[in-house]
Ligand binder design. Structure first.
Ligand SMILES: [Zn+2]
Length: 224
């Protein structure tokens, strides 16, 4: 883990958050306002609707960024690739699960930047919900998938989940600047987005002082 995950971040893309599907999933369209190059985070539901928004904004989708490969985050990857030719960016530990989608794959490597036109985001490997969970950090905000929710965090009792790794991942996110805006993978909270500072003060999982406390809270709650 790097001491400062924000050092030298590229300029942030514009971000459009859209709630899709039946499980309150959030999808994001990230784009460069100069080149109109776009990336779609976790295309799973309502790909048609996402692409209508892409068209309305005059964008060209070149990338799909995958936070993790649970079905409710990747079910639409094949359709998106077929319609746009997008390259699928995914952690190598989970790449096998999207190989069948047909598109070219690129590795999401911890600490490495992914260019979106002249803007970019940085992949942060944040394991615990899955074996290759990845957050995408930009200058001022972060897409957190099913690692951090508004008021919650992802479950660790699915295959590949690990409560100790989740604790480490959340500690890492808490070291980000407190004004960093959080875009979670599901709309489970009181608000659609939050900030690292607000979550640090109010999220019961982030308020745990020790791993033992965290594990006890995690085992009491079951969601996502
Ligand atoms: Zn998940």
């Amino acid at each position: 883990m790097t001491a400062d995950d924000t050092a030298g971040l590229p300029a942030a893309p514009e971000v459009v958050q859209i709630e899709v599907g039946l499980l309150q999933n959030f999808c994001e369209i990230l784009y460069c306002p100069d080149t109109r190059v776009a990336a779609i985070v976790d295309p799973a539901w309502e790909v048609d609707r996402l692409l209508r928004e892409v068209e309305r904004l005059g964008l060209k989708v070149e990338l799909a960024l995958i936070t993790h490969t649970h079905e409710d985050h990747i079910e639409g990857v094949g359709e998106l690739v077929a319609k746009t030719g997008a390259t699928v960016v995914v952690n190598p530990r989970e790449a096998e699960r999207v190989r069948g989608a047909g598109g070219p794959l690129a590795d999401a490597i911890d600490g490495r930047d992914v260019a979106i036109g002249r803007r970019g985001v940085r992949a942060l490997e944040t394991r615990g919900h899955t074996v290759g969970g990845t957050c995408y950090l930009a200058d001022g905000w972060i897409v957190t998938g099913d690692v951090l929710f508004v008021g919650g965090c992802g479950r660790t009792d699915f295959a590949g989940g690990n409560t100790a790794e989740m604790w480490q991942s959340l500690q890492r996110l808490m070291r980000l600047p407190e004004e960093t805006r959080v875009y979670p993978g599901h709309n489970y909270g009181e608000t659609a987005t939050s900030t690292i500072g607000h979550e640090t003060r109010s999220n019961p999982f982030l308020r745990c002082a020790t791993f033992e406390d965290f594990r006890a809270v995690r085992e009491r709650k079951r969601k996502a």
